[in-house]
Ligand binder design. Structure first.
Ligand code: SF4
Length: 177
């Protein structure tokens, strides 16, 4: 991994923060999965979400099979953060940036995996559970779907999780080995 080159490329993107981490530092929790099950309307509706992504233990094993990850965050100001539609509309830009960063990491490693935000929105109607995912190579499950405690990671690296005001913060993790 040519980190110097990669950091020069990252500097060209509208990222808020980024950190190179060791995956051993990630915290996984069944509690995160419980929130998916009980609070997310996408639970059981997408290949990118639980239970399709596997148990937290299986997700943890998959994540830890990559020794390193690049954590990125973007930040966008909206008029009213309580307006869910307005807040979610900022996600598309973050996903586009995640794809760019993933492509950059891929130039340095041929074994990568990306986790991003919310449920996959590539198809208008997800095939789950009736047929295989149409774009498994492009589909990014969300970080939380794997039971990862983003708040813990953000605290550890002094990354602003809740920037405050009407600022929307999104996170992605790009794993590599
Ligand atoms: S790519 Fe399509 S089929 Fe696959 S998870 Fe996303 S929405 Fe579902």
């Amino acid at each position: 991994m040519n980190r110097e080159w990669l950091e020069a490329q990252l500097a060209e993107l509208p990222l808020y923060q980024y950190e190179f981490i060791r995956t051993q530092e990630l915290s996984f929790s069944q509690r995160v999965r419980y929130v998916c099950e009980t609070e997310c309307p996408m639970y059981g509706k997408s290949w990118a979400c639980p239970p399709a992504v596997g148990t937290v233990e299986a997700c943890k094993e998959k994540c830890l099979s990559y020794p390193y990850a690049l954590m990125i965050s973007t930040i966008t100001e909206v008029e009213d953060i309580a307006n869910i539609e307005m807040t979610l509309a900022t996600r598309a830009d973050h996903e586009a940036i995640t794809r760019k960063v993933h492509a950059l990491v891929r130039t340095q490693s041929d074994q990568t995996m990306a986790l991003s935000t919310e449920a996959c929105a590539i198809c208008a109607h997800c095939t789950y559970p009736n047929a295989p995912c149409r774009h498994p190579e492009h589909m990014y499950p969300c970080v939380e779907s794997h039971g990862i405690l983003v708040t813990d990671l953000a605290e550890r690296y002094n990354i602003d999780f809740l920037a405050g005001g009407n600022l929307v913060t999104w996170f992605s993790l790009i794993f590599y080995r």
